[in-house]
Structures are given as C-alpha cells and as structure tokens.
Design a protein around this ligand. Structure first.
Ligand code: ATP
Length: 320
C-alpha cells in the first residue's frame, strides 16, 4: 500500500490562483520522498493539503489507504509535520518539551516515557539534557523538534526544508537522523528542499514539480537519465576563459545549451560523441588551452534546470 497516492489534484484559491493544477504522484511506504520545484510551484499548497490544513478543490488523495477528504481527523493521528519555524518552547527543558508534545498527541504517559528515552538515545540528545533548550544551537533545536514530532510514532513525517540555513556538519547530522527515522522507525518521510544535492543523496524517490503539476518522478538515478541526454564538460583554467568559451560553444552544432559551474562549461548535447568530436576539433584548431574535455552524466541539478527552465508542459512521467 502506498503511503500517499494523489490523482489529478487541484487547489484553486479564492483569488483565482490555481496553485495545484492536476498534480498526480505516489509516495511509497517507508521511503524518503523529496518534493522539488521552483518558487511558486505549489509545494506549500500541497503540504498544507496533505497535513489537512487546506481542503483541495478537486482530485483524489489517499493516505495510508484512506480518503483524506473523508477522514481528515484519522489522517491527523497518523502524521506529524515539522515546519520551518522551530516549535520548541525555550522556557521548557528538553524532557518537558518531549512530554508536552506527547500530551498534545494524547500518548499514554508510560508509553511516552519509553519512546522519549528511545528517541533521546537514537538521536544522541542525552548530552544536552542538562542544558537549557534556549542555549541549543539551531541544528540541535531542529533535531529536538523532529524528535518531539516522533513521540506520537507517526506513519508519515512531513518536513519543510529541514536543513535550510544549516552548516555542513549540522546538515550531515540531520541526514543521519532522517535515515535513522526511515530505517529504525519505518516512518515515511516527505520533505521539501531547495538543495538538489541533498535530495540526490538522501531520497529514495523525488518529484520535480512546476506550475502545480509534476514534471517527473522517480529515483534519483532514473531522474538523472530522464532527459536521455549526456553532457560534455570542458574545464578551463580560469573563470574568465570559462565565460568566454561558454558563448562560443553555445553557437556550435549538436549543442542545445551551455551552463557554467566550477571553471567548467557544461554543454547539453543531442549526440554526445558527435559533439565531443566537433568541440574537441574546434578547440585544437583554435589552439584553445583547456584542462579537460569529457562526456558526463547530467547531475540532478542539470535535470532540474532543464525541466523547470524549459517552460514546456511535459506529459506525465512515471519512472520507477
Ligand atoms: N493562501 C493563498 N491564497 C492565494 N494564493 C496563494 C495562497 N498560497 C499560495 N498562493 C499562490 O499559489 C501559488 C503556489 O504557491 P506555493 O506557496 O504553494 O508554492 P511553493 O512551491 O511552496 O513556493 P515557495 O518555494 O516560494 O514557498 C503561488 O502563485 C502563490 O502566490
């Protein structure tokens, strides 16, 4: 049974804006699912519907096998939602915050005690017990916020940009925590992120959406090969050279678009071998000094930019 199944979902606000415009997607039980999309794509509108804050205008949403519109109260008992704004009470201790949350979800006191102890242990929070929560770093506060939301043993955990603004160390601690939640607790994780590398490394499944619809869904690997397009990477020794040759390369045969990253020009091509030959020949003939030229697989970021930047309405695609 899928954790979430959405068919042709529409959300039209009173001002006439259609934030969701026929969205369909599926989240499998026990997976980490990432929702990606540019600003205004409809991600928050979708999360607000799935967490029962908003009612959809039309379409079907099944959560854990039940109809969301018919049984929102039941759905609420099965999910937890960690918003971007941290919800811990800085006047309460770590333990008091956990206990407060358990009472909110009407978890039996004995059960709550056991769960809290296990969560503190799992997520390495014991070292912070004796300090006031107000003194915690942003990363630890967020970990505590998530641990609190696990007290009710949710089947699905929603996280809105869980690592936004974090340094790399805190981000890695968060990734570890999310993997543990999936593996030790079997919880399905539904998250939004703007970090494509994070989605790539962490997710079992990704949906890229724009204008209220899904553009593509699948595993990170299947999405990377989604465009069916290899790329050329040509590395130069300086940023100036890279910028200069980006524009020249853009005008050559077989080349669809160019992008610059880390002193390299990444070139989208329709035929990687033919493009390799053309570009290589041109660089040698014009005695252009370059550090490397190679055929590479597109990154998730390349796929994201190609899909969301195209402005085309693609047909629905299911890649799993
Ligand atoms: N309550 C609302 N009333 C009217 N329009 C809204 C409302 N909430 C969102 N919208 C509009 O719906 C569209 C989708 O917005 P939404 O916030 O769902 O996108 P998003 O992908 O979460 O964007 P972001 O990444 O910027 O948060 C936008 O055009 C937005 O202005």
């Amino acid at each position: 049974m899928p954790a979430i199944e959405i068919e042709k979902l529409i959300k039209q606000y009173k001002n006439g804006v259609k934030a969701l415009n026929g969205l369909s997607l599926r989240v499998n039980s026990g997976e980490i699912f990432s929702l990606l999309g540019p600003n205004g794509a409809g991600k928050s509108s979708l999360i607000n519907i799935l967490t029962t804050f908003y009612k959809p205008t039309a379409g079907k949403v099944s959560m854990l096998g039940r109809d969301l519109c018919k049984e929102p109260a039941w759905v609420r008992t099965q999910i937890a939602c960690v918003a971007q704004r941290i919800s811990i009470d800085a006047h309460l201790s770590l333990m008091e915050n956990m206990m407060f949350q358990s009472r909110l979800y009407q978890v039996d006191a004995q059960v709550a005690k056991k769960r809290t102890a296990a969560l503190i242990d799992s997520f390495e929070l014991a070292g912070y017990l004796k300090y006031p929560t107000a003194s915690y770093s942003g990363g630890v506060k967020r970990r505590l916020d998530i641990a609190m939301n696990m007290v009710s043993s949710p089947k699905i955990l929603f996280l809105d940009e869980p690592t936004v603004g974090m340094d790399i160390e805190s981000r890695q601690a968060m990734w570890k925590m999310l993997l543990q939640i999936r593996d030790e607790y079997g919880t399905t994780i539904f998250l939004t992120t703007h970090y494509l590398e994070e989605a790539d490394q962490l997710s079992d499944s990704i949906c890229i959406m724009k204008d209220g619809r899904e553009l593509a869904q699948g595993t990170p690997g299947s999405l990377r090969s989604y465009t069916g397009q290899n790329m050329l990477r040509i590395a130069f020794s300086s940023a100036g050279e890279t910028e200069k040759y980006k524009d020249i390369l853009a005008g050559m045969g077989h080349i669809q678009f160019t992008r610059v990253r880390d002193h390299s020009v990444f070139v989208g091509v329709d035929d990687s071998r033919a493009a390799f030959t053309t570009v290589n020949k041109w660089l040698l003939e014009h005695q252009v000094g370059f550090d490397a030229i190679e055929i590479v697989e597109p990154s998730l970021e390349d796929v994201f930019l190609t899909l969301t930047g195209s402005g085309e309405n693609r047909e629905e695609q299911w890649l799993c």
